[in-house]
Design a protein around this ligand. Structure first.
Ligand SMILES: [Zn+2]
Length: 209
């Protein structure tokens, strides 16, 4: 089941997610395609709001249309360790805090601390700062041979990569033919904007149906 990125919550309030959360969801789906999905989630249920009214899974503000700035991604222990450590080392300025397997970290010190709440041993939790809603930088999720590039940016010399993706705002494009990224003499690196017709668009709106 795909992540939901907008809709109506249990109160009937319209909710949405920022670019920074959507890119995380799309990237983790692409980079870890075989991960479990049972605890995936964005917007809070009625029960969750009752138990954790201050959670970032609750659309803010708490009346009228709101924005959800937290995501739960189901992972194996190995995947969770890899992803959260990559996030921690990235010191990504969008991160408010991360919880994984009885530990959490947050800026400004980015050190692991014991977390005494729900164990979070089947899914990692990521909360985002509201000031970073429009930040469409690419997340560091621990998979090195998968290239993510903003549309128009050089892709870089990655001949051994498994897949290349182009990303901008709500559009994530998968480049299907990696060889096509290189000129015949393999010296000139093309930019994604020149390869648009080779890309496949992943339409995020489909996730909301
Ligand atoms: Zn959560």
């Amino acid at each position: 089941m795909a992540f939901r990125y907008s809709g109506k919550n249990w109160e009937g309030r319209a909710w949405n997610t920022p670019t920074s959360l959507r890119s995380f969801g799309v990237q983790i789906d692409e980079e870890y395609p075989s991960r479990p999905r049972t605890s995936d989630g964005t917007v809070a249920s009625k029960t969750h709001d009752k138990v954790s009214p201050s959670s970032d899974h609750r659309p803010r503000p708490t009346s009228g249309p709101g924005v959800v700035r937290a995501i739960d991604a189901t992972v194996t222990v190995d995947q969770g360790n890899t992803i959260t450590e990559a996030l921690r080392q990235s010191k990504d300025k969008r991160i408010k805090y991360v919880i994984w397997n009885r530990r959490s970290f947050s800026p400004p010190d980015w050190t692991w601390r014991n977390y005494s709440g729900a164990p979070h041993d089947k899914h990692l939790h990521l909360s985002l700062w509201p000031t970073q809603d429009a930040n469409d930088d690419l997340w560091q999720l621990g998979v090195d041979d998968m290239v993510w590039s903003k549309i128009g940016d050089p892709i870089g010399d990655k001949e051994d990569c498994k897949a290349v993706h182009a990303y901008q705002g709500e559009k994530v494009l998968r480049v299907q033919d990696v060889e096509a990224l290189f000129d015949a003499d393999r010296t000139t690196i093309l930019t994604v904007s020149r390869l648009t017709d080779l890309l496949m668009e992943l339409d995020l709106r489909k996730a909301n149906r």
